[in-house]
Each structure stands twice: as structure tokens, then as C-alpha cells.
Design a protein around this ligand. Structure first.
Ligand code: AMP
Ligand code: ZN
Length: 137
């Protein structure tokens, strides 16, 4: 399989690995949003969140929390964004599931998820009903 993150996990491509346990590694993103930007990669290949099983999903959040705290302490980050892109339409470019941990600073000028729109009259209820129906199924 031609997966760059699998190659990093297997040690065939270099990366700045900062964390490893039985199930995950964390590396520095080579094109950081802010310096210290980490990527947490499950060692087992999966394309996106829909392929991760429940234990992996709960374990990854524990790792993310631990590493987020370390970025706060070691880089004096004042905040953290946790981002995970699924599928091309959502901006995913590497199709091996991964989680971004981005250190943030007051006034750093980075805009993540800040372009919010508006619903037309009655539309919010329609969306809520469609999602509730999906949850009931
Ligand atoms: P995305 O698939 O959009 O969630 O993001 C993929 C991320 O992987 C981007 O932020 C890239 O900068 C990062 N990236 C791509 N190749 C490498 C690499 N060889 N080492 C570290 N980070 C990488
Ligand atoms: Zn992979």
C-alpha cells in the first residue's frame, strides 16, 4: 500500500517522532499551522474516522489530551485546537487517519473554523429533524 504515514510508522520515511505507544505515534507536522503542530497517527492503517474502532477512538483521545497538555507546558501554548479531517471534501489530503494538535497563542492570527454562516427561516429545524431522524435509525 502506498501510504506515506504507514511508511513513517514503519520507519521507511523519516519524521520527527515525539511519542510512541503500542497503538499510536505522534510526529511533528512538516507544514505546521503553528510550530509544534503534532499529528497523532494510529499505527494500524485506517483511512478515516469511520474505519477506527471504538477502543482506538477512545484511546486516541487520551493520547491527544496528554500531548495537548505537554504542548501547553513545554511550548507555553495558551490554547490548543484538535482537528481531524475526514474525506477530500473536508480537506483530508493524507488518507491514513490522523488527528492534528495545534498549539495556539493569543493574537496568532490563525483562523480555524471561524467562518460561520446563517440558516434561512425554518431551516435550522429542518436540519435538526433530519439529524434526529438519523440518530433514531
Ligand atoms: P490532512 O490530511 O489535511 O488532515 O493533513 C495532512 C497533514 O499531513 C498536513 O498538515 C501535512 O502538512 C502533513 N504532512 C504531510 N506529509 C508529511 C510528512 N511526511 N511528515 C509530517 N507531516 C506531513
Ligand atoms: Zn497508512
Amino acid at each position: 500500500m502506498d501510504c506515506i504515514f504507514c511508511k513513517i510508522i514503519e520507519g521507511h520515511i523519516p519524521a520527527e517522532k515525539v511519542y510512541e505507544d503500542d497503538f499510536f505515534i505522534a510526529i511533528l507536522d512538516i507544514n505546521p499551522v503553528n510550530k509544534g503542530h503534532l499529528l497523532v497517527l494510529p499505527k494500524k492503517h485506517s483511512e478515516n474516522i469511520f474505519d477506527l474502532d471504538e477502543p482506538e477512538l477512545s484511546q486516541v483521545m487520551v493520547v491527544i489530551k496528554k500531548l495537548s497538555k505537554i504542548l501547553m507546558d513545554t511550548l507555553n501554548a495558551e490554547g490548543i485546537n484538535i482537528i481531524q479531517n475526514n474525506c477530500k471534501a473536508a480537506g483530508q489530503i493524507i488518507f491514513h487517519s490522523h488527528f492534528h494538535i495545534i498549539p495556539r497563542y493569543t493574537g496568532d492570527g490563525i483562523k480555524i473554523g471561524t467562518v460561520h454562516g446563517k440558516y434561512n427561516e425554518g431551516e435550522i429545524k429542518d436540519f435538526a429533524n433530519r439529524i434526529r431522524e438519523g440518530i433514531r435509525k
